[in-house]
Design a protein around this ligand. Structure first.
Ligand code: DOR
Ligand code: ZN
Ligand code: ZN
Length: 398
């Protein structure tokens, strides 16, 4: 098939290292099928499904199931993320080796939404991960500093009477795990970096030769805590929206390569979990269908980055971090490709009720953007075109 790309930007298919798909357990908010459609529409050809499902993805039974279901749907490669521990706030390491060796081939283990605060447990997890050649994705929250916290600790939260989440709760874990990874000879990946101090610590750790990488979310690149003034629970997220000075530092770090990539932390939630009081709402926001538009707005359209850099932060770097061999690299002649075609000047407005996600919790509703993915190709097969996802069901080969 000949694709007329006139005036469009052709990029390697995007890779999201951080997606919550809610299956198994909360299929009312997202399924592997609905999340895969959202991913394809967002220009993604691979997503990493976070482990805080119900049951938790802490065994090969769960991770292999997630992988198999992703294959059946066939709209995007769904790579299961394994939990570091057995269960939520678990005190025992999960059988990471079994998950890595199963057909789901788990490449990333994480404590995101599971939360491992014990440094000894994390040290052992990093040692185990090093022996398996997998990476640990660290949610980076010291829970003893975030008890009851619902918003960034700063003047805005103080004014509104909301309990604050200090930057130190993130930075303490980034520093700790950089050192633990160094000692274990392990790779550690920092999820959703959100503060200027985290950027400084990453700069330091990378300068020491520590195998540390980091991601930033579209929402932390675009929004700051001035959003809280509306009390709209759609703005509640972990880590919280920070101050404008943090946003500036995150954008610069992405430009300089201190932060390696963009990841969505796509976190679908039911209406009833988001409609209540700010402090009672669940944290998290949708991300897959709006990520490229936001990245283009804060980077290409400001002149900070070129499209070549967008390919780096949306595709090549995340593929490298996960050690995917068939995503995010140059395509050889005649090879089936993973591609995303972006219209840089489409101009569109986010309508929450038009999203393919089962949930509606987007803080970007009614905002207008210029760029949008208009065609996504997974191994030579069109998975989304002009805002319509392909029908699921055709099995895609591994
Ligand atoms: O905002 C968040 N939502 N942060 C997390 O760490 C977990 C996620 C979720 O699962 O909803
Ligand atoms: Zn997290
Ligand atoms: Zn998350």
């Amino acid at each position: 098939e000949v694709i007329d790309g006139g005036g469009r930007i052709l990029l390697p298919g995007f890779v999201d290292l951080h997606t919550h798909l809610r299956e198994p357990g909360r299929e009312d908010t997202e399924t592997i099928e609905s999340g895969s459609a959202a991913a394809a529409l967002g220009g993604y050809t691979a997503v990493f499904a976070m482990a805080n499902t119900s049951p938790v993805a802490d065994s090969a039974v769960v991770t292999d199931h997630v992988h198999r279901r992703g294959r059946e749907v066939g709209l995007v490669d769904v790579h299961p993320v394994g939990a570091v521990t057995v269960g939520l706030q678990g005190e025992k390491l999960a059988e990471m080796g079994m998950m890595a060796a199963g057909p789901g081939r788990v490449r990333i283990f994480s404590d995101d939404g599971v939360c491992v605060s014990d440094p000894l447990l994390m040290r052992r997890a990093l040692e185990y991960a090093a022996s398996l050649g997998v990476v640990i994705a660290q949610h980076a929250e010291e829970p003893r500093l975030t008890r009851g916290a619902v918003a960034h600790e700063g003047p805005e939260a103080a004014r509104l009477g909301l309990t604050g989440w200090p930057r130190a709760a993130e930075e303490a874990i980034v520093a700790r795990d950089a050192l633990l990874a160094r000692d274990a000879g392990a790779r550690v990946h920092i999820c959703h970096a959100s503060t200027a101090g985290t950027v400084e610590l990453l700069t330091w750790a990378k300068g020491q030769g520590i195998a540390i990488t980091a991601e930033v979310t579209p929402h932390h690149l675009l929004l700051d805590d001035s959003r809280l003034a509306t009390y709209d629970a759609v703005n509640r997220v972990n880590p919280p929206l920070r101050e404008a000075s943090d946003v500036a530092a995150l954008r610069k770090a992405l430009r300089d390569g201190v932060i390696d990539c963009v990841a969505t932390d796509h976190a679908p939630h039911a209406e009833q979990d988001k409609c209540c009081e700010f402090a009672a709402a669940r944290p998290g926001m949708l991300g897959l269908e709006t990520a490229l538009a936001i990245v283009a707005q804060v980077s290409v359209e400001t002149g900070d980055l070129g499209w070549r850099d967008v390919a780096r932060v949306m595709s090549e770097k995340p593929a490298q971090i996960a050690r995917l061999d068939d995503h995010g690299r140059p395509i050889g002649v005649g090879e089936p490709a993973n591609l995303t075609l972006v219209d840089p000047d489409l101009g569109w407005t986010v309508r929450a009720d038009e999203l393919a996600s089962r949930s509606r919790n987007t803080p970007f509703a009614e905002l207008s953007f210029r760029a949008k993915p208009v065609l996504t190709v997974l191994r030579g097969r069109v998975t989304a075109r002009d805002g319509v996802a392909a029908q699921p069901g055709t099995e895609v080969r591994a």
